[in-house]
Ligand binder design. Structure first.
Ligand code: GLA
Length: 371
């Protein structure tokens, strides 16, 4: 019999209460430690993180904040009217609380028709009118935000409502019925349900001049109406050698001038640029879908350039840490990145940790930029 288990009960009572995070889980040099006092460091992770024990060490060592990839989106929470499914989201939030991680709720309204369950827009055989649509939105937001009140620090209230082309707002059932008012209402409903949560408008390419103008117009409109918008999310899905540093910094300054915080909400640097996938009506897709240049590993030269570009980004974020509330990477390590499948299948290397969860040159570069 192992003697050590015969410890008198009294001794156990004297053992100090240890925090959920052990010393091993908190190495001296980590992203979260290096960013202390500047901003939160977050990561978008699998909804089932509680069961993915192999991921816990890396997650807890490096990050202070988590965003669930899918389980809080409208299509998961209320796929059919009144059929609520919080099982996965509850487990996610419980896991985060146990490990002292902040949670970002993502997202209450995803202003794209293919991401909004069809029932939202229907009224029997007809298209739902403005009042019905807004009432459904209110119920959705109220129910979800109230359930997690006090346990979710920040919400992506509206995701991707700005148009990529000539329109101001993306054409959707939301914008057709309500114009920009649906965005205002979403923030009001969320604020009423949890007055302490940081409320975010989130989008991609909103640092690039064309979309930035729309982003600024939207924030101005909301601020003038005293709508409780607290921050703008720049998703930050960048491509190597095309990171728009200047535009990112200008956008952070412009948004700060409007009185809102900025979060970098879904950061990665794709090493196999994907922009051509959408060029000239998709005529390169056939060729691109066979492109998989780094399937046997990422060349050191690419890793070096990626590291430099990550460092430059973090120097900008550091300079503006009074405006930036959080920087979140999208996925824990290269093997889990969405960019291995989107927009075509390839072995990608966009993050700070490789497929074994080991640090890449980019980690060291980011740590130095932060220190
Ligand atoms: C968008 C969404 C995220 C996620 C990523 C790709 O940026 O906001 O929820 O779906 O695309 O994975």
């Amino acid at each position: 019999m192992n003697r050590s288990i015969r410890i008198p009960i009294i001794c156990l009572a004297l053992v100090p209460v240890v925090s959920a995070r052990s010393a091993e889980q908190m190495p001296e040099k980590s992203l979260r430690r290096s960013a202390e006092g500047l901003f939160d460091i977050g990561v978008g992770i699998a909804d089932s993180i509680a069961d993915r024990v192999g991921d816990h060490r890396l997650l807890l060592a490096q990050f202070s904040c988590v965003t669930p990839e899918n389980c809080m989106k409208p299509a998961k929470i209320q796929a059919e009217e009144g059929k609520w499914d919080f099982a996965q989201a509850d487990r996610f939030v419980d896991f985060a609380a146990t490990h002292d991680l902040k949670v970002v709720g993502h997202c209450l309204v995803w202003a794209k028709d293919d991401r909004t369950p069809a029932w939202f827009y229907r009224d029997g055989e007809k298209t739902a009118g403005r009042e019905l649509l807004l009432d459904r939105m209110r119920r959705h937001i109220e129910n979800e935000v109230t359930r997690f009140r006090g346990r979710i620090a920040m919400w992506d209230v509206v995701n991707e409502a700005l148009d990529d082309g000539d329109e101001y707002l993306r054409v959707s059932g939301w914008s057709r019925a309500c114009g920009e008012d649906f965005i205002a209402r979403a923030f009001e409903f969320a604020h009423a349900a949890d007055p302490n949560a940081l409320l975010i408008y989130n989008d991609y390419n909103n640092e690039l001049p064309a979309k930035r103008e729309k982003q600024i117009r939207l924030v101005r409109y909301l601020r003038e109406k005293n709508v409780p918008i607290h921050a703008v999310g720049l998703q930050g899905h960048y491509e190597i050698d095309r990171v728009p540093f200047k535009e990112i910094e200008e956008t952070i300054v412009a948004l700060s001038g409007l009185g809102v915080k900025v979060v970098i909400s879904e950061l990665d640097i794709d090493v196999i640029p994907r922009g051509r996938w959408w060029a000239e009506g998709g005529k390169f897709r056939e060729e691109l879908s066979r492109l998989d240049p780094y399937r046997d590993g990422c060349p050191p030269e690419i890793l070096r350039r990626q590291a430099e570009q990550y460092a430059e980004l973090f120097r900008i974020f550091r300079r503006h840490s009074d405006t930036i509330a959080r920087v979140t990477f999208w996925d824990l390590h290269d093997g889990q990145s969405w960019l291995n499948d989107f927009p075509w299948k390839r072995v990608n290397h966009p993050l700070l940790f490789d497929r074994q969860g080991q640090p890449k040159p980019a980690l060291e570069a980011v740590l130095s930029a932060l220190n």
